[in-house]
Write a protein that binds this ligand. Structure first.
Ligand code: BES
Ligand code: MN
Ligand code: ZN
Length: 488
């Protein structure tokens, strides 16, 4: 499991900066060098000042940086000068921190934050971006050297960073799950990683196939019936709130690999379907963060873990399955499997836990990528008051979220000739009809949000806060929404 980098907090110390052998990082407000930075400028014979006055620096956006190699007067190999005014938003500072975390030295790094108002965000951003997933490389890149952060009040900054650490742990837990291939992250090993979180005080329960059969979860079971790996429904409970408060339910699609089943996908890019458990990964990461920071909230996470494989026993196109709710579903396309899994988990969540609200996350459709690309998750909801809470939290965390419509005309497309509904109804508005399908399994009185993270769970290029690969999208937004609205 990947953990955030360890950071040594130290008091601001000019001599230590001069003696640092690896990388020195300065946060520079171009209009106001600090006294310390002015001294460093003198030590470098004015190189720092010239860099800041250069055209290259003046065209840099806030949060980006310029590097000086082997600067005269310092022992360091590199001096990284980050352009950042004190007046920036916390998010800009977090992203600037990402620019530091992406370039930490194998020797050692010394980041001088003095009394920057967003020193905590700079540190958090650096930690998030410093994630790397290389446990499967026999020759992993050399490990990072010591990371030292100098601040005028190092104790206060260390304390703030500790509260961020629970969040970074949750994000990294999600990223590890999403990056892991399907021969390693099977339904069994996924469940085992969740069970291990009992040590953090989470209550974990696993429903095996026999129990799901008894409950009538034929929609979920049909998806997994072609796989050697057993389907599982894992329930994670964090009861940090008052006993009488109904929980918030978080539901995740956990398809550990999606071949498409008998409606098999083309070979090109199929390897990406190791991330089709991304929704379950986010639920797991949020639950981990809540437990680590001992959130005063009641939250129940439910993940449907299945593998969608073609096989002699696999479900066929044309099959009709009866969901736990009782709705019969004509399986037009076995590749529209996520909604089949969620149908039963959503229904089970409401019947069992009577949640006051419910959010599901799923890498549900390619169509949401056509609509929104990789910049925004598609959000669907039956309750604007509830949706707006998440919308604000996502905005504050810089996690892209864009609301999509629901409506009767879309729902009408689900009509089946021989069953109650179909699981797939063509290309038009594919992300919306998938959401309509899910809504068939949401009680009208349950405030509900569906998040289609097919485009945001994994990125082919690095972002400000994550290397290429799994992003952990949603862990921070959900955690913030819970902190802002659902804690006693
Ligand atoms: N897991 C896929 C959706 C997906 C696509 C996730 C690309 C991430 C990247 C989902 O199970 C799927 O196959 N959806 C189909 C639905 C269709 C058959 C109605 C799709 O989007 O093509
Ligand atoms: Mn599919
Ligand atoms: Zn899928």
């Amino acid at each position: 499991m990947t953990h955030p980098i360890a950071i040594d907090f130290k008091a601001t110390d000019f001599d230590a900066i001069l003696l640092e052998k690896g990388r020195v990082v300065l946060i520079v407000d171009p209009d106001a060098l600090t006294v310390l930075q002015t001294k460093i400028d003198k030590s470098t014979h004015g190189a720092l000042g010239r860099a800041i006055k250069s055209d290259a620096f003046s065209v840099l956006p806030q949060g980006k940086s310029l590097e000086l190699s082997f600067p005269v007067g310092l022992l360091a190999e590199t001096l990284q000068v980050v352009k950042l005014a004190k007046s920036v938003t916390p998010l800009v500072a977090r992203r600037a921190g990402g620019g530091i975390g992406a370039n930490l030295s194998k020797v050692s790094s010394l980041i001088s934050l003095e009394d920057h108002p967003h020193a905590d965000e700079l540190t958090f951003g650096a930690a998030l971006r410093a994630y790397s997933f290389d446990q499967h490389k026999t020759k992993p890149p050399a490990p990072l050297g010591q990371v030292k952060v100098q601040a005028n009040d190092p104790e206060a900054l260390a304390a703030k960073t500790a509260s961020h650490a629970a969040l970074a742990e949750g994000v990294f837990f999600t990223r590890d799950l999403v990056n892991e291939p399907a021969n390693i992250l099977t339904t069994d090993s996924f469940a085992a990683r969740l069970v291990a979180m009992r040590d953090l005080g989470l209550e974990i329960e696993i429903l095996e196939e026999s129990q799901m059969l008894a409950l009538g979860m034929h929609a979920l079971l049909g998806v997994g019936q072609g796989s050697e790996s057993p389907s599982k429904l894992v329930v994670l409970r964090w009861n940090g709130g008052k006993k009488e408060n109904a929980p918030l339910a978080l539901v995740g699609k956990g398809v550990v690999f999606d071949t498409g089943g008998i409606s098999i996908k083309p070979a090109g890019g199929m390897e990406e379907m190791t991330m089709d458990m991304g929704g379950a990964g986010v639920v797991a990461g949020v639950m981990r963060s809540l437990a680590l920071r001992k959130a005063r909230a009641n939250v129940v996470g439910l993940v449907g873990l299945v593998e969608n494989m073609p096989d002699g026993r696999a479900q066929r196109p044309g099959d009709i399955v009866t969901s736990m709710k009782g709705t019969t579903i004509e399986v037009i396309n076995t590749d529209a499997e996520g909604r089949l899994v969620l149908a039963d988990v959503l229904w089970y969540a409401q019947e069992t836990y009577k949640p006051h609200a419910m959010i599901n996350l799923a890498t549900l459709t390619g169509a949401i990528i056509v609509a929104l690309g990789h910049e925004n998750t598609g959000g669907f909801s039956n309750n604007t008051l509830f949706y707006d809470k998440l919308d604000k939290a996502a905005e504050a965390e810089g996690e892209g979220l864009w609301r999509m419509p629901l409506g009767d005309a879309y729902d009408a497309k689900l009509t089946s000739r021989i069953a109650d509904i179909v699981n797939s109804c063509g290309r038009d508005a594919g992300a919306i009809t998938a959401a309509q399908f899910l809504q068939r399994f949401v009680k009208p009185e349950t405030p509900w949000i569906h998040l289609d993270i097919a485009g945001t769970a994994l990125m082919k290029t690095a972002t400000d806060l994550a290397p290429k690969g799994a992003t952990g999208w949603g862990v921070l937004a959900l955690n913030r929404m819970i902190a802002d609205h659902f804690e006693d």
